[in-house]
Design a protein around this ligand. Structure first.
Ligand code: ADP
Ligand code: MG
Length: 140
């Protein structure tokens, strides 16, 4: 069943100049970009995006990091896209991520871990809507 998920190429990965490598891996996995946006989040916008984490000890640091430089936000579509994207990303901590996953290859540590991916259908809907109006999502 085709579904959509939200991906963010985080500021650390943009600084490392691996936008192209990451998008190449999405395409190789048949996770088709249906919307792409490059932007720099404000601290407030990062806080809104990560609101579910606001009680976590790393919330302030995470939202400072996510607003520290440009990001690339993508909606990806494909069969079982949410779960398959999480598998392609690897574990939150790059040191624990399977070899060859995006975080194992491009992440630095548990915070600077290169990419974000929605973790459920509900969060995907919220997160895609946070960045893209429905009319910006192409059909593919
Ligand atoms: P994931 O991105 O794998 O879904 P979480 O939703 O748990 O992971 O956390 C969101 C983001 O917060 C992570 O991707 C990472 O950038 C950061 N983060 C998670 N855990 C920690 C931690 N213990 N210390 C610092 N940053 C963290
Ligand atoms: Mg998460």
């Amino acid at each position: 069943m085709s579904e959509r998920t939200l991906a963010i190429i985080k500021p650390d990965a943009v600084k490392k100049q691996v936008i192209g490598d990451i998008i190449k891996r999405y395409e190789a996995a048949n996770l088709h970009p249906v919307a792409i946006r490059m932007m720099q989040l404000t601290k407030t916008a990062a806080e809104g995006f990560y609101a579910v984490h606001k009680q976590r000890p790393f919330f302030n640091s995470l939202t400072a990091f996510m607003s520290s430089g440009p990001v690339v936000v993508l909606a990806l579509a494909g069969d079982n896209a949410i779960k398959r994207h999480r598998e392609l990303m690897g574990a939150t901590d790059p040191a624990k991520a399977e070899p060859g996953t995006l975080r194992a290859v491009h992440g630095t540590n548990i915070e600077f871990n290169a990419v974000h991916g929605s973790d459920s259908a509900d969060t995907a809907r919220f997160e895609i809507g946070y960045f893209f109006p429905e009319m910006d999502l192409v059909a593919r």
